[in-house]
Design a protein around this ligand. Structure first.
Ligand SMILES: N[C@@H]1[C@@H](O)[C@H](O)[C@@H](COP(=O)(O)O)O[C@@H]1O
Length: 259
């Protein structure tokens, strides 16, 4: 795992945008997208590069990590809609090639299995962006998710519902169920790139990076992946023990930007 510690949230977004741009120029076909507030600086930077520098996403496809169950098509907080608003509408990425689990399906279990198959037959994802929840979740894989899990229906913890309530009019409006790529599904991506900023992510980052590999911290599954990069600011790095070592290793340029 490569740990890149930068000065600010903005700088974290730039480093991750560099990784995505490098992947696109190196022939990536499939991007893995995430929602939440952490990826927004990345998306803003990619949109700027598209607008000002001509960075093009033509010919690429993308898969989203997860989706709420039960929000109607086009609901502003459905992740399919969020990714359109925050990213796809600002790029030349073909919107019909941006896929997400169908949270409106009458049978969400079947929809989850179908999504897993779609990633399997159209993937692999070349570069997968990840945020991290305060309890160490990735996608919507809450603590105790099997490290081998596939795309499936999950029940959200109250902590995650509370954390995400800021996006809804009332906390009661946050759905209880979701469809999420499983940890095993996520780990089939060629390169995992996690972005986290702020003190409130420090404990989760420490558990993911330096804690034991354990289902109680789903993000610790990155320890099993052959190519994972964690991009964090000083605040999110504040509970790590080996900070000086990580800074020495990434002092010049992250490996992912060099090769
Ligand atoms: N399903 C998403 C995750 O993919 C995201 O990583 C997490 C953290 O969000 P934020 O970046 O807003 O802290 O929120 C949600 O639960």
């Amino acid at each position: 795992m490569e740990i890149v510690i930068v000065d600010s949230a903005e700088a974290a977004g730039t480093v991750v945008a560099d990784i995505f741009e490098h992947a696109v120029h190196s022939g990536a076909r499939t991007l893995g997208l995430a929602t939440g507030s952490s990826p927004l600086s990345v998306y803003r930077e990619l949109a700027r590069r598209h607008r000002e520098d001509g960075l093009s996403f033509v010919g690429l496809q993308a898969f989203l990590l997860d989706e709420y169950v039960g929000l109607p098509e086009g609901h502003p907080e459905s992740y399919a809609q969020v990714i359109r608003t925050e990213l796809v509408n600002h790029l030349d990425l073909d919107a019909s090639r941006v896929f997400s689990p169908d949270g409106t399906a009458p049978d969400p279990f079947a929809a989850a299995a179908a999504y897993d198959r779609a990633i399997g037959s159209n993937g692999p994802v070349d570069v997968q962006l990840l945020g991290i929840g305060g309890n160490g979740h990735i996608g919507f894989n809450e603590p105790t998710s099997s490290l081998n899990s596939r795309t499936r229906v999950k029940t959200l913890t109250e902590q995650t519902r509370t954390d995400n309530a800021r996006f809804f009019e009332s906390p009661d409006d946050v759905p209880r169920h979701v469809i999420t790529q499983g940890l095993g599904t996520i780990c089939e991506a060629r390169h995992l790139v996690m972005i986290a900023t702020g003190e409130h992510k420090a404990a989760a980052i420490a558990a993911a990076v330096e804690g034991p590999l354990a289902a109680v911290c789903p993000a610790s599954v990155l320890q099993l992946h052959p190519h994972a990069t964690v991009v964090i600011d000083e605040a999110a790095a504040s509970q790590l023990r080996l900070t000086e070592f990580y800074k020495t290793v990434s002092a010049h340029k992250p490996l992912a930007q060099r090769y």
